[in-house]
Write a protein that binds this ligand. Sequence first.
Ligand code: PMP
Length: 305
Amino acid sequence: MEKTKKIWLDGELVDWEKAQVHVLAHALNYGTGVFEGIRVYPTSNGPAVFRLKDHVKRLLEGAKVMAFDVKFSYDEVFEAIKDTVRVNGDGVDYVKPCFFLGGEEVGLNPINVDCRLAITCIRMGSYLGEGAQEKGATLITSSWKRPWNMAAPAGAKVNGIYVTSCLAKREAVERGASEALMLNAQGNIAECSGENIFIYKRGKLYTPKVTDSILEGITRNSIMEIASDLGYEVFEREVSRIEAYTADEVFMTGTAAEITPVSSIDNRPIGDGKPGPVCKELQDIFHRVVRGEEPQYSHWLDLVG
Ligand code: PMP
């Protein structure tokens, strides 16, 4: 991975190499952290962070779910993210803030273990590989199920939960696909390893509901709002694997993946196997929204300044 200059750690901007934790950090051993992935886009007024307010809110909600003793306020985290982007300069396109239990501790009890905050910026570029957004991505249904609400806080971006996503992603890549689709406890579609999913069938858009063991994606929310504004009917409801196989279009949404069409699932082409017009329309408008070219959605952008 290409290094950037500075990492924000517990209130200070330190050199990339100096952002270190101890091997006995609770989070390293037990996955006790919550994180966000946030995109930065170029606009005519300089770099802007997309939906920063919502990402900071979700980060703090995640910390609340984990009952972390957070030492930074909403405003401090918000400003710290902008500072980190600014200091790392042009070309930075992705920010990853992470609250983690950094105290050295052997033993599962997280109570009173020091909670730290790190904010890292990187240049990510295309997450699913060049061309995925134009040609579409191939999916397999993973043998790993999405951790469900009875066993894990699936609706929070908890570091430890991501081992399942990592296993699913590995399975997809080893089987020659770009992404893994994960089912929930009911056998319905939950989401991909790091993206929410939408299907377009008989003129309507469907996406699994928040209670289907998904992360309530901020890109998902943006697309639901944009699609509704364009006049599409959008429904949050259970989506079966069969409905996805036979949909006219399927696409994924996520901060890293943005809007990526799905060309096949388990070797079954979706529609004619090429990105469909609905996905393309939403991709195009999303592309303009994040670059500040759609005034109706300019409140979703926070200039780095
Ligand atoms: N699901 C999972 C499991 C994710 O990790 C992500 C990425 N944060 C998403 C969905 C998409 O969420 P968002 O649009 O907020 O990035």
